[in-house]
Design a protein around this ligand. Structure first.
Ligand SMILES: C[C@H](OP(=O)(O)OC[C@@H](O)[C@@H](O)[C@@H](O)Cn1c2nc(=O)[nH]c(=O)c-2cc2ccc(O)cc21)C(=O)N[C@@H](CCC(=O)N[C@@H](CCC(=O)O)C(=O)O)C(=O)O
Length: 143
């Protein structure tokens, strides 16, 4: 089945940022509260459809972290399940799109990447105070 595009988020502001990335060809200049973002293209856990999912840019030496914060909501974002079901996907940073393999991290490795995530987007620390849910962190290794 040839897919020429993925689906957009039903959330208007998220859809707008995604469309801006596709129209300009870059994530450059797009921010949330002053911090840069990147664009994931994930495969739905149940539908198998491709879905554009922008997240904050957390990068260190060519690897990225993706934080399933959903603003500190009580439940994980739905896309958390998409990554668990299909951990290999593309991430676009600037004009560059590459394949990564994601793995959920815990313990010392999670602590290290959580520190990097909060440095990149300080609101993550506030989101974690809003919920008893431990906000999942995925590390993306280049394929
Ligand atoms: C509303 C729902 O959203 P969600 O997946 O819960 O994700 C909520 C948000 O996290 C998501 O919009 C993020 O992109 C928001 N967001 C961030 N969200 C974060 O959690 N962390 C971030 O760092 C982050 C940064 C960010 C930056 C820019 C921006 O525009 C948005 C940003 C959604 O998109 N539902 C769709 C898709 C549902 C889906 O993926 N279905 C799966 C099944 C999933 C299952 O197994 O249940 C399928 O297709 O098979 C729908 O209802 O049609």
């Amino acid at each position: 089945m040839v897919e020429n595009t993925a689906e957009f988020s039903p959330t208007p502001w998220v859809q707008d940022q995604t469309k801006q990335i596709l129209e300009t060809g870059t994530t450059e200049g797009l921010q949330v509260l002053g911090s840069p973002i990147v664009l994931l293209t994930l495969r739905g856990a149940k539908s198998g459809r491709l879905r554009y999912t922008p997240v904050m840019r957390v990068e260190h030496e060519g690897r990225y972290a993706v934080v399933a914060s959903k603003g500190g909501a009580e439940e994980h974002p739905v896309w958390y399940h998409n990554i668990k079901a299909h951990p290999e996907f593309t991430l676009q940073d600037g004009t560059v799109t590459k394949e990564y393999a994601a793995r959920e991290v815990d313990g010392e490795e999670r602590a290290q990447w959580w520190e990097r995530a909060v440095a990149a987007f300080p609101s993550y620390a506030e989101y974690q105070t809003k919920t008893d849910r431990q906000i999942p962190v995925f590390v993306l290794d280049p394929k």
